[in-house]
Design a protein around this ligand. Structure first.
Ligand code: CUA
Length: 346
């Protein structure tokens, strides 16, 4: 009868086995001490019970050895739990650095999950991914807080409006896995569910090829970039009223206030939505906000486009040519000179 009730979700990611091992360890330690303590209480209650009205217990004033032992042993066990779980935590929440990871944008809204693949494929409440591949999810919400939860992968992370958060997983077996929203987000919360479909590499290739004809995210971003006339300021021949964007992604940027930030997804997003927040050193805060002019999807496309802007092959005035003829990458590409070559687009 009980066998029909799935006590545990399937273990379908590299993380799942690790999380479960830790979980079973915690259960085992707890069970051991429950039995030990309850058993000892019961045993002592019987053994040292009061046998007659005038019986008095011996007066005992502590036992240093005993107290030391029952402090040191639990401390050791607690430290094992801490180090073990901290290790898993860092694995779970530090996205892999490898370039082989497949990036997918996740856009949560009341009440659906939207997925955008780099190749231009878009999906709603369904996410197709290849098996045995690192999948990096860059997530944001269009309205309230949601939470991306796939029990079979043992991953869960809140998805916040106005911010990008990154979650990753590597599925270990093909199949269909349940995706939940795990944060109450309004009347339709319980219906905000979906599926993660893990496919064999060949099937995935066939699936992703089915999206031929749609623009890649970067290409769509280029259109947005053109439509919004961003190039008016962000181009070398504009008098460079705005910082150059080529080679900018993931580089350090020096700000007007002397601080240095890394131009990651979150920084690019903020620079579009709230340009006055972190002004690049050497520029005037003249850029208007694009809040309301671009939606979250277009924002993702723009960022993806900016990521593809490689540093100009030669930027004579700011970089020192290396012996091999290639220009060294400028330290802060955002500040590269107006004389720099036009942005090369891959
Ligand atoms: Cu989205 Cu609950």
């Amino acid at each position: 009868m009980l066998s029909g009730i799935p006590l545990f979700p399937e273990e379908a990611s590299t993380l799942a086995t690790k999380v479960d091992a830790l979980y079973f360890f915690l259960v085992a330690v707890s069970a051991f001490f429950v039995v030990l303590i309850a058993g000892t209480i019961l045993y002592f209650a019987i053994k040292y019970r009061r046998r007659s009205e005038d019986e008095h217990g011996a007066s005992i004033h502590g036992a240093i050895l005993l107290e030391t032992v029952w402090t040191i042993i639990p401390l050791g066990i607690a430290l094992v739990m801490f180090i073990w779980s901290a290790d898993i935590y860092f694995q779970a929440y530090e996205p892999p650095k490898s370039n082989s990871a497949v990036n997918v944008y996740v856009l949560a809204k009341q009440w659906m999950w939207k997925f955008q693949h780099m190749d231009g494929q878009r999906e709603i409440n369904e996410l197709h991914v290849p098996v045995n591949t690192e999948i990096k999810l860059i997530m944001t919400s269009q309205d309230v807080i949601h939470s991306f939860f796939v029990p079979d992968f043992r991953i869960k992370m809140d998805v916040l409006p106005g911010r990008y958060r990154t979650l990753w997983f590597q599925a270990t077996k093909p199949g269909t896995y349940h995706l939940f929203c795990a944060e109450y987000c309004g009347a339709g919360h319980s219906r905000m569910v979906g599926q993660v479909i893990v496919m064999k590499p060949a099937d995935y290739q066939a699936w992703i090829a089915g999206g031929v004809g749609t623009d890649t995210l970067a290409a769509a971003g280029q259109k947005v970039f053109t439509n919004l006339a961003c190039v008016t300021c962000h181009s070398p021949d504009s008098g460079a009223r705005g910082p150059m964007l080529s080679g900018l992604f993931d580089q350090k940027v020096r700000l007007q206030n002397g601080q240095t930030v890394v131009a990651d997804d979150a920084y690019l997003r903020e620079s579009i939505m709230d340009p006055g927040a972190q002004v690049v050193a050497g520029y005037q805060p003249i850029m208007p906000t694009y809040q309301g002019l671009v939606n979250e999807e277009q924002l993702l496309e723009l960022i993806e486009y900016i990521k593809t802007l490689k540093p100009a092959p030669s930027a004579p005035t700011v970089t020192t040519p290396e012996p091999d003829g290639h220009a060294a990458a400028p330290k802060t590409p955002a500040m590269s000179s107006p004389a720099g070559a036009p942005a090369a687009h891959r």
